[in-house]
Design a protein around this ligand. Sequence first.
Ligand SMILES: [Mg+2]
Length: 280
Amino acid sequence: MLNKLLRTGAAAVAIIGALVTSATAAEPEPRAEAAELTNPLLYAIAWRQTAAEFRALYYQGFALARLRVEQALAAREAGTLGDARPLAVITDVDETVLLSGAYWGQLIADGGDFFDDATWDAWVPSNQFVASPGAREFAAFCEANEVTLFFVTNRDQGEATFELALGNLQAAGFDNARADHLRVLRDTSNKEAVQAQIRSDYHVIASLGDNLNDFARRYYVTDVAAREALMHEDAARFGTDYIVFPNPTDGHWIRAIFGESEPAPTDANRRILRGAALGR
Ligand SMILES: [Mg+2]
């Protein structure tokens, strides 16, 4: 019995010794890999790429949009709409009807941890956008009911911006996306002038977007609390006039934190991001 205990004890010591030896003998991980594993974008991108909830929110948003259109059609039929102009819906493009998950996956693979405008501009012509869940069905529903779906986006890939945006929509399956229903703003992210122009000719049922700026410019503020307060003031408009889609990677919520929409990948900005996560 004693022998057995001694043998067991010796074996345990040998195993522990081996563990200690292997632990101390392990090579330190390369710095690059450590950075890859602590990339602050990982959770957001993993959510975008894998969470069924992310995609379900698109179905939810478009179901709500369809309900709003159905209500407007019924009101028109009943003669209670009070507006004889043609019906329209205004939608943003990126991360509203088109998803750019492959771009973000590539950014992570290349070691990036902040949005990078140069790689984005190079990626846009590759036509790897996919339609968000429910978007094409919603577009088809609008078309079948003679409701014009206007695509309003601010993008800038130079002279080709408009053709690229139209091509991205068509390549993602928006076969009926037409040039005359697409508005591309290259010089500003302020969409209000073009929205007002559409509203002067159409009864706009609802606006769709992943950024509060898609609904109103007043949200374009560089203060997290102020932006939040403005949103609460408009609480009754969400789900009615404004239908919001999820975007954990870019948008003016980033600008509210950093003071700019496309902050540089610096440690100072990583500290600001950490501060935001801590609610500072
Ligand atoms: Mg967008």
